[in-house]
Write a protein that binds this ligand. Structure first.
Ligand code: PLP
Length: 441
């Protein structure tokens, strides 16, 4: 009898024993290939000695000192690294313990910015359907994820949602990705017109939609159009790169590949690679300046803001990403993974789409390829696939509701960025075997 309040109380959980590189081992000695970094977390693999060592050294010096009283060297270093990667020396980084906190912080930062500018009527945040920004009430209010919102709807803010940019399902047959990207972005202008630009604080989107849609990058110049619309209407653009950032897509930030920069970006997961709980909200310099000029300080804070040991892990992970050339590796291994998946799954009748950016890959499953018919949500396919994969020694991240929030199924792959071509082969072989005979599940 366990005292743990489990995620799935009926589940018989394997007990993790150790992790090494791209493999995990449970207490029965079973080996698992990590094909999803949990949920896009383990960027530099398991047991990396440089990260382990950096954490030990920081704990020996001082594990924690409250940031009301002290700053600490790791948060100063990590802020410098992130500002430089973000491309703005004047930017400011607020360190948190995870993605939901980072998005809550982004919401409050945007709100305080507008109040500081004397525009306190701006209370709305526009986001997208089939998105996920976290489980705390503000972040869940942003999230267009019907399953995760269902029980809590009455507690949430009823903020406007526009449709996602989701080429596989919404791009018309006679449209190019460019045409479709423009059409999808126009939905933002329509929502702004409907609610009034002066009432809107920000538009919030995942640069590459992660677990809710199964890794969907923007089509054509979608994000450039979104950036233009935000600028023209004077509303902030907040990009959520909790999954897609920190090198996952082959660049430090995923938005670099779209030729834009947001006003605020949130990162977590791969930032400290799972070695410590760490998130960050990065704001352009003018946001910080406006708030400090009007109010002196940002009206926010948690106990573990700027946690020294978590930031030490973040610095070590950032160094590993640079020293081991993991951005280029993510690009190369991501290409290879998509190519090998296409060839291994090409004749599988359940294969709908393979997509992604860098080492962030989605596979959408359908019951009928021609009509892109989504598997009904009632089938419970994602849970069945996750369990079958684990039995086959593979950690991958299936999800549901891709088609319309209820129906549909996909698998998210987000392996450690240290993958070699042998690991890619092994992942594809194991996954192809999991995906044979889906009808029998
Ligand atoms: N944003 C995105 C895009 C996510 O994928 C997640 C978690 O999966 C979150 C925010 C919330 O992050 P956390 O679970 O660390 O609170």
């Amino acid at each position: 009898m366990s005292g743990v309040f489990y995620r799935e109380p009926g589940n018989d959980y394997a007990r993790i024993e150790r992790g090494e590189g791209v493999y995990l081992y449970d207490s029965d000695g079973r080996q698992y290939l990590d094909g999803s970094g949990g949920a896009a977390v383990c960027s530099v693999g398991h047991g990396h000695p440089a990260v382990v060592d950096a954490i030990k050294q920081q704990v020996d010096r001082c594990a924690f000192a409250h940031t009301l009283f002290f700053t600490n060297e790791p948060q100063e270093q990590l802020a410098e690294i992130l500002c430089s990667r973000f491309g703005e020396a004047d930017a400011r980084v607020y360190f948190l313990s995870g993605g939901s906190e980072a998005n809550e912080t982004a919401i409050k930062l945007a709100r305080q910015y507008w109040v500081a500018k004397g525009q306190s009527e701006r209370t709305l945040f526009i986001s997208r359907q089939q998105s996920y920004h976290g489980n705390t009430l503000g972040a869940l209010s942003l999230s267009g994820n019907p399953g995760r919102r269902a029980l809590f709807g009455p507690l949430l803010q009823n903020w406007p949602k526009i449709s996602p940019c989701y080429a596989y399902r919404h791009q018309a047959v006679d449209e190019t990705p460019e045409d479709y990207g423009l059409r999808a972005a126009t939905k933002l202008q329509l929502a702004i017109d409907q609610h009034g630009a002066g009432n809107i604080a920000a538009f919030v989107a995942e640069t590459v939609v992660g677990a809710t849609l199964g890794v969907v990058p923007p089509a054509g110049a979608y994000l450039r159009h979104i950036r233009d619309i935000c600028d023209r209407n004077d509303i902030l653009l907040i990009l959520d790169e909790v999954m897609a950032g920190s090198g996952r897509c082959g660049t430090h930030f995923a938005f670099e590949q779209d030729g834009i920069r947001p006003d605020i970006v949130t990162v977590a997961k791969g930032l400290a690679g799972g070695y410590q709980p760490l998130g960050a909200t990065i704001a352009r310099g003018y946001i910080h300046k406006e708030i400090v000029a009007a109010h002196g300080a940002f009206a926010h804070g948690h106990t573990y803001v700027g946690h020294a040991t978590a930031c030490a892990a973040g610095v070590a992970v950032a160094d590993v990403v640079d020293d081991e050339g993991l951005l280029a590796n993510a690009m190369a291994m991501g290409e290879l993974l998509r190519r090998e998946l296409r060839s291994a799954l090409g004749s599988n009748p359940w294969l709908g789409d393979i997509r992604g950016r860098g080492l962030f890959v989605g596979i959408e499953l359908v019951t009928d390829r021609e009509n892109k018919t989504p598997p009904p949500g009632s089938l419970g396919l994602p849970t069945k696939l996750r369990k079958k994969a684990m039995q086959s020694g593979l950690i991958c991240y299936p999800g549901g509701g891709s088609a319309d929030g209820t129906n549909g199924a996909h698998i998210m792959l987000a392996p450690p960025l240290i993958y070699t071509s042998q690991h890619v082969d092994e992942l594809v072989t194991r996954l192809a075997s999991v995906l044979t005979d889906i009808d029998a599940l």
